[in-house]
Design a protein around this ligand. Structure first.
Ligand code: MTE
Ligand code: MO
Length: 514
């Protein structure tokens, strides 16, 4: 038999769990879910060094740990309220059950409202806690059973039911990306007419002609240029395989009809643009590769997609930015913020499409920033505001000691290792050097004594794209294979070995192959 305080503790924990599940039923995985602010709190109070370690060493496991501890803390918080309600109810005698349920509900609702700042979705939590406390209170009044055990069993069944229902309801997927309409070229437009008319103007002022390539054109180009190497990722990553890095396990769920982007701060005219306006502006389809500064040297937080986007300056310039530091703060719906030089946004894009579809929620729906050549973190997702600053400030990651807004470093990854039918060994991977481009990849099969040029995929037409490489040789015994890239300026990938924190991992990838 469980001792009665033990029983109370168990019942209140179950009620706490039901509260969290009830909240999830209403909100799903969004910031309105009660565990989201607790998760943010956990990240806030975790020392930056621990976060850096978690990102570098634990990766996704670290995220899950943070999430699990947030969930536990939230359950405890609701359990506390349920405990108070049960104690008070017991004092009230006759109407005690009703008092407990009402009090438990009100406490849970209050807690959830304070946590999330929204009071309607908080009712889900109140309902969850109320149901379990209700079952526990009713069982108390029934003399026909061993009330202690019945309370625990009843609460368990109640909590499980709420838990499963909450999980199912909350996991309903909120909106799928939809296929973007094919853009129709302007009247009478062909590449040819474009070129001749630009010459014909003869003003001497070169205006860049709009890039009219469709997503299908780009997909076809990538397919044509891909190396035929078993197991090597393609030149365009599918949306599902594209890596994801977020500051929170709870991504914002922004609706495009309520979304807008504001250009604020030190500007002549603050402006606000909505989704319909943005997507009706003239847009381009481009390849762009993203890489996270927090990844290990040979990890896979490196992908390339086709993005549909509007040049950022087409929007920012309308606000006529002033600003004394020449810098801006990009802000997002998940309270993420990153600071960046205004001048560096010249080539920036506001992306609303990924691989021919509207952006998926986890990659920043409805609109994200893309900044060619820079680490992933400045490619702000769920973008809501561009604030022109008067004096420099620090971004989210920079406050935690990272230097992740600068240009990416050069890297060659060694991702596949094959034995060909003729007995030769084959190694391959992807190489990336931001806007400098990859000029060459060199492979050594003797630990760095001698070097050979790898085959490279033909460069994709774009300013910021990776390239595939592959190399084959006749093996004899064990080989220490080392790869390194040379960027478009002729600079060799740095040899010095460094961990990702704070400037991004450096060194040459090497593998022993026998
Ligand atoms: N709003 C917001 N934008 C963000 C982040 C984030 O957590 N919140 N993560 C950044 C980081 S660290 C990286 S590496 C890229 C990853 O983009 P992806 O998840 O689409 O691959 O998004 C960046 N933009
Ligand atoms: Mo990142």
């Amino acid at each position: 038999m469980i001792h009665s305080t033990g029983r109370d503790a168990l019942v209140t924990l179950l009620a706490g769990g039901a509260g969290v599940a009830g909240s999830y039923a209403v909100t799903g995985n969004t910031p309105d879910f009660v565990a989201a602010p607790v998760n943010a709190f956990v990240i806030e109070v975790t020392p930056p060094a621990v976060i850096a370690f978690s990102i570098q060493t634990l990766g996704e496991v670290g995220d899950k740990l943070a999430f699990a501890s947030a969930l536990m803390l939230t359950i405890l918080l609701f359990a506390l309220g349920a405990f108070v309600a049960l104690v008070v109810g017991r004092r009230a005698r006759g109407t005690g059950g009703l008092v407990s349920v009402l009090l438990a509900g009100v406490l849970a609702w209050g807690t959830a409202t304070v946590l999330t700042g929204t009071f309607v979705p908080a009712l889900g939590a109140a309902l969850g806690v109320g149901i379990v406390v209700g079952i526990a209170s009713v069982s108390v009044g029934n003399p026909a059973f061993d009330t202690g055990r019945r309370r625990v069993l009843g609460s368990l069944v109640g909590a499980l039911t709420v838990g499963i229902a909450g999980y199912l309801l909350g996991s309903r997927r909120t909106g799928q990306p939809r296929k973007l309409p094919e853009r129709t070229p302007p009247e009478g437009h062909t590449d040819q007419s474009n070129r001749s008319s630009s010459k014909g103007m003869g003003s001497g002022k070169k205006k860049r002609m709009p890039d009219m390539r469709t997503v299908e054109d780009l997909l076809a180009e990538a397919k044509r240029k891909s190396l035929d190497v078993e197991g090597l990722p393609g030149l365009v990553s599918s949306t599902d395989e594209f890596y994801e890095v977020d500051i929170s396990s709870f991504n914002p769920d922004v609706n495009e009809t309520e979304w807008s982007l504001a250009v604020t701060g030190s500007v002549e005219e603050e402006l606000r643009i909505d989704y319909a306006d943005l997507t009706s502006m003239s847009s381009v389809n481009v390849y762009k590769t993203l890489r996270c500064v927090g990844e290990q040297l040979n990890a896979h937080l490196l992908n390339n997609a086709i993005w549909t986007a509007v040049p950022m300056m087409d929007v920012i310039e309308r606000a006529k930015p002033k600003g004394d530091c020449g810098c801006v703060m990009l802000r997002a719906a998940d309270d993420y913020y990153e600071e960046f030089p205004l001048a560096a946004l010249e080539s920036g894009l506001l992306a609303f499409g990924m691989n021919g579809f509207s952006l998926p929620r986890n990659h920043g729906y409805p609109v994200r920033a893309l900044i060619p050549g820079h680490w992933g973190e400045i490619n702000v997702k769920w973008l809501t505001e561009i604030e022109v600053l008067d004096k420099p400030a620090e971004g989210f990651w920079e406050e935690k000691g990272w230097h992740g807004t600068g240009p990416v470093t050069t890297v060659a990854k060694l991702w596949v290792e094959n034995t060909l039918s003729d007995g030769r060994k084959q190694v391959g991977g992807l190489a990336y050097a931001g806007t400098r481009g990859v000029e060459r990849v060199e492979v050594s099969t003797d630990g760095g004594e001698t070097w050979n040029d790898a085959r490279l995929s033909k460069p994709l037409k774009g300013d910021d794209v990776w390239r595939q490489w592959a190399y084959e040789w006749k093996p004899s015994g064990t080989h220490e294979v080392v790869v390194r890239a040379v960027d478009g300026t002729g600079k060799l990938q740095p040899r010095a070995e460094n961990q990702p924190y704070p400037n991004g991992a450096t060194g040459w990838v090497s593998e022993t192959i026998s």
